[in-house]
Write a protein that binds this ligand. Structure first.
Ligand SMILES: Nc1ncnc2c1ncn2[C@@H]1O[C@H](COP(=O)(O)OP(=O)(O)OP(=O)(O)O)[C@@H](O)[C@H]1O
Length: 585
């Protein structure tokens, strides 16, 4: 039975899952912290020196002022350089991590393909991978190392202040401690709001992708206005979540600003009282003020970035849920099986996609001998595509076994299955690349000559030659559009290049014009030659061209034989013909 993403797969502490990823890039992380410390340290030193010089000037001690000023300018220049270095390494660190996360997320989806996409909308999936990964950039580039730097810089400033007066250091430590707790007060609400906001954004992106993909249907059924209304409703819902998020962030900001002002004013007042009481030299007053300010500034900065933690948490949760999904099919053997006779056996196979649905196959038994073509026929939903999915090991059977050359497919690693079996699907996906590269997907190291030879055999060369740039014409969603029959011929060329001994052919149901039809049938005849073929057929002419026919009904094999035998038997096949469930062409 197929497993879908469950609650256990959900990531419970998403921010903590981001940290080990950062530690995997230890060198860059340390450089980010180091550059941050240098930038802050030099900044604090420059400001403190400046304040000290002002203090001395105040009490009339002019000696060494010029030298001190020159040193201060050097420190300022050093701080600026260190800041630039910090931005550079922090972004290098973040982008390397994000690149890794994108690959891991794609890997997670591939591990569960195609089951993963069931029940999920493609816009939502794309959103999880791209937009959420982008949100995480903020954590790596502006948060994690900044927290470490802010912590160290603040502790340093408090210790330095303690040399001047311990009371002032204690007061500063109290203000800092209160400031850092602000995001914690509202963290639950921030988490909830961030989650809602990211979900709503994902939903909206899915809605837009849905609308664009189904534009033809919407327009032809006059439903454009209804769709726009739905979109408006979703946008309004998103807006209200954004407002709630903004309100809470505003409360945090105001609380932090108020605390910062009160805290700073108190320390200033305390220092002034100490000067009046003769416990602190007037010359040191500017230095204490600057130290307090330099301790508070980085803390205020990180509490600002902490306001984004709600969204970062939600994004990390979604990305890591994808990354950590369990594999749809697990290999229990990793060594390839060696050469297998391409004899396919479905032995009492039972399978359900999900536990809440009736079985797609129950006790299905049939065989395809080496080099033979067997057509699977049956009503829609009878289980034909499920047989193909199991033969490709997109899922594993629940009961019985699918065997190739007598070997249970569960004992053949998935990569070896993909070499053994290739498919010409009904809906051929073309990537936004050249026709040549799309064919080359069958065998990436094929030469141009081999690609062209495969296209000729697949009866695709002629229409490719008529395209604006021939084999270099870009195809796919955003480029030249090819007809269903032409796409299938490109897929046949792919399969010919792949040259696997077993072929699954899912015949296109759409009506093709006579020229396309003739070319496609010829291509199918070529690609079947010498291969064991499972044919999901809809046209009578194709069905008749098969060596044998297996008739499925509600997941069971109800009849097997040649076209003539089955007609004569007067069973399900004859009924399908009678009710014209099979296309006559
Ligand atoms: N990915 C899936 N998840 C859940 N149920 C599925 C999935 N694919 C198919 N089914 C269900 O399994 C049963 C068999 O479907 P299958 O696609 O194998 O039928 P089919 O004979 O190929 O139909 P068609 O000719 O319409 O393509 C159907 O009840 C279908 O709803």
């Amino acid at each position: 039975m197929s497993t879908t993403t469950t609650a256990e797969d959900e990531v419970r502490r998403p921010i903590l899952t981001l940290v080990p990823q950062a530690l995997a890039h230890r060198r860059l992380f340390l450089l980010t912290v180091l550059s941050g410390l240098l930038a802050h340290g030099l900044g604090i030193a420059a400001a403190t020196l400046g304040a000290w010089l002002v203090g001395r000037a105040f009490i009339g001690e002019a000696e060494g002022l010029v030298r001190g000023f020159a040193i201060m300018m050097l420190l300022v220049a050093g701080a600026a350089l260190a800041k630039w270095w910090q931005m550079w390494v922090a972004h290098d660190f973040a982008y390397q991590l994000l690149a890794g996360l994108r690959v891991q997320a794609f890997d997670g989806m591939e591990r569960r393909a195609p089951g993963y996409l069931l029940g999920r909308r493609t816009g939502d999936v794309g959103g999880a991978v791209m937009a959420d990964v982008e949100t995480i950039e903020w954590f790596y580039a502006h948060t994690i190392a900044d927290y470490v730097v802010a912590g160290l810089a603040t502790v340093g400033a408090v210790i330095a202040l303690a040399f001047f007066h311990p009371g002032l250091a204690v007061a500063l430590a109290v203000v800092v401690s209160l400031l850092v707790t602000i995001p914690v007060w509202l963290s639950r609400r921030a988490d909830r709001q961030g989650q809602r906001l990211r979900d709503e954004l994902g939903g909206l992106s899915a809605e837009v992708v849905d609308g664009v993909q189904g534009l033809r249907e919407l327009v032809s059924f006059g439903q454009g206005e209804t769709y726009l209304r739905r979109l408006r409703d979703r946008t309004r819902a998103l807006q209200s979540h954004q407002l709630a998020y903004g309100r809470r962030a505003g409360i945090e900001q105001s609380a932090a600003d108020a605390l910062l002002s009160i805290g700073f004013a108190s320390i200033l007042a305390g220092a002034a009282v100490l000067v009046t009481a003769g416990q602190l030299s007037l010359a040191l007053l500017p230095v204490t003020v600057v130290l307090a300010a330099t301790a508070l500034a980085p803390v205020a900065e990180v509490t600002g970035t902490a306001r984004s933690l709600g969204q970062i948490r939600a994004s990390a949760r979604r990305v890591f849920t994808v990354i950590r999904q369990r594999a749809q099919v697990v290999d229990r053997v990793t060594t390839p099986p060696g050469e297998l006779t391409p004899r396919i056996t479905f032995d009492d196979v039972s399978f359900s996609y999900t536990s809440d649905r009736s079985p797609a196959l129950s006790g299905a038994t049939f065989e395809i001998r080496p080099g033979e073509t067997v057509a699977l026929v049956g009503h829609s939903g009878a289980g034909k595509s499920t047989c193909a999915n199991l033969l490709l090991r997109f899922w594993d059977v629940d009961g019985g076994a699918v065997r190739v050359g007598g070997r249970d497919l569960r004992d053949v690693p998935q990569h070896a299955v993909r070499e053994l079996v290739s498919i010409v699907p009904q809906d051929v996906y073309l990537f936004h690349r050249s026709v040549r590269d799309n064919i080359r997907l069958g065998r990436p190291d094929a030469t141009d000559e081999e690609v062209e030879a495969a296209a000729r055999q697949a009866r695709a060369h002629e229409f490719i030659a008529r395209l604006p740039q021939g084999y270099d014409t870009t195809c796919g969603e955003r480029a030249i559009q090819l007809s269903g029959g032409q796409r299938q011929r490109l897929a046949i060329a792919r399969a010919l290049l792949r040259d696997s001994p077993i072929l699954i052919l899912d015949e296109a149901v759409s009506n093709l014009d006579a020229e396309n039809e003739e070319a496609l049938q010829a291509a199918i005849r070529t690609v079947r030659k010498g291969r064991t073929t499972l044919l999901i057929a809809h046209r009578l002419s194709t069905i008749r061209s098969a060596d044998r026919i297996v008739v499925l009904d509600r997941g069971r094999v109800v009849e097997q034989g040649t076209d003539a035998e089955l007609r004569q038997a007067g069973g399900e096949y004859a009924r399908l013909l009678h009710h014209q469930s099979l296309t006559a062409a």
